[in-house]
Design a protein around this ligand. Structure first.
Ligand code: SF4
Length: 332
């Protein structure tokens, strides 16, 4: 794993901050500590590392920086299309140079029945896209890397944004996800309904996501049906900066009330079964924060719908079929 230290140090020099806050996913905490020590050694300024969980590029902490008096936040490991985010966040790319050649070669006998492939990946393997494309082409495949859109770079997907694969789904037969994240590979599969393979260069294994996709899809639909007869809904407004969606929550509340339901808004930072168990008088919840909280978590005792599932629920109340709920370019 590496970062562009020169670029980072040049930025720090140009801003000349008195304090720096650092932030990143759990798996990068050691790397973040190394970066913090280097900054302290080089610039003789204090650094603060956020020990809170960090789920994605959306999980920024500009308000924390304001409270702590940090002029900049280095958000490590969640690349987006620009280096800057908000007023004080600098996105720091982390690159993993592992080669995909071995696993690509191993996957060919299974993948060869698909002529046209779409490649996608996550931040740290973006550098592997072009060499992998070339290699697949050498094996005779037609390969497309979807163009970047919004926050996404070319071929990049987030856990809730799949524009780069969705936009090419009519031109490919299968998706190849490069990396070690079933979370993302399943997202690509669910959002396109195309055969999707995850190629993991570390374990040198590849996985056809089809069975898991079907299970996850059924579970997402089941949650919607479980909420159909609910009378009391808790509508959750996530307080994480990039996930706060009060207008959607207000719109959903109104729609619920118009359908004769009881709806109470709640603000909440971490949506967990422990917190929701405390609100035992509610029959179901709708959360307007990260859609993956609803789609991935199995520990909730009551239905906790994402906004996408909620739209499907409203559709059912209006007599529509909830098919293709997750087949969307973005879930957020
Ligand atoms: S909303 Fe959820 S899935 Fe989307 S980027 Fe944020 S943490 Fe990831």
């Amino acid at each position: 794993m590496s970062i562009d230290e020169k670029k980072l140090f040049d930025r720090i020099r140009s801003i000349n901050p008195k304090t720096i806050l650092l932030r990143g996913p759990e798996g990068y905490l050691n790397l973040i500590q190394r970066i913090a020590s280097k900054i302290e050694g080089q610039f003789n300024i204090p650094t603060i590392i956020s020990a809170d969980e960090c789920y994605g590029s959306c999980d920024t902490i500009e308000n924390d920086a304001l409270i702590l008096g940090a002029e900049i936040v280095l958000h490590v490991g969640h690349s987006i299309r620009t280096d800057n985010f908000g007023k004080r966040t600098i996105m720091i790319d982390v690159t993993d140079d592992i080669s995909f050649s071995r696993i690509i070669k191993k996957s060919i006998p299974i993948i060869k029945k698909y002529k046209r492939l779409g490649l996608c990946t996550i931040s740290q393997y973006l550098n592997a896209l072009q060499p992998s494309k070339k290699l697949f082409e050498e094996y005779g495949f037609d390969v497309i890397i979807g163009q970047g859109q919004g926050y996404l770079r070319d071929g990049q997907i987030f856990g809730c944004r799949f524009n780069t694969v969705f936009s090419i789904k009519g031109r490919i037969d299968a998706i190849i996800f490069l990396g070690q994240s079933r979370f993302h590979a399943l997202g690509a599969s669910l959002s396109t309904s195309l055969p999707t393979f995850m190629l993991d260069p570390y374990s040198n294994t590849f996985e056809n996501m089809q069975n898991e996709t079907e299970k996850w899809y059924k579970r997402a639909i089941l949650q919607i049906y479980k909420a159909i007869d609910a009378k009391k809904f808790g509508v959750l407004i996530g307080l994480k900066e990039g996930q706060m969606n009060i207008n959607t929550a207000l719109r959903i509340r109104e729609r619920l009330i118009n359908n004769g339901k009881n709806a109470q808004l709640f603000s909440i930072r971490e949506i967990s079964s422990n917190r929701l168990d405390m609100l035992s008088q509610f029959d179901a919840f709708i959360q307007t924060a990260c859609p993956r909280i609803s789609i991935d978590q199995r520990s909730f005792k009551k239905p906790v719908l994402s906004t996408l599932q909620t739209e499907a629920l409203f559709g059912i109340w209006d007599g529509l079929d909830p098919k293709s709920v997750l087949e969307k370019e973005t879930w957020f």
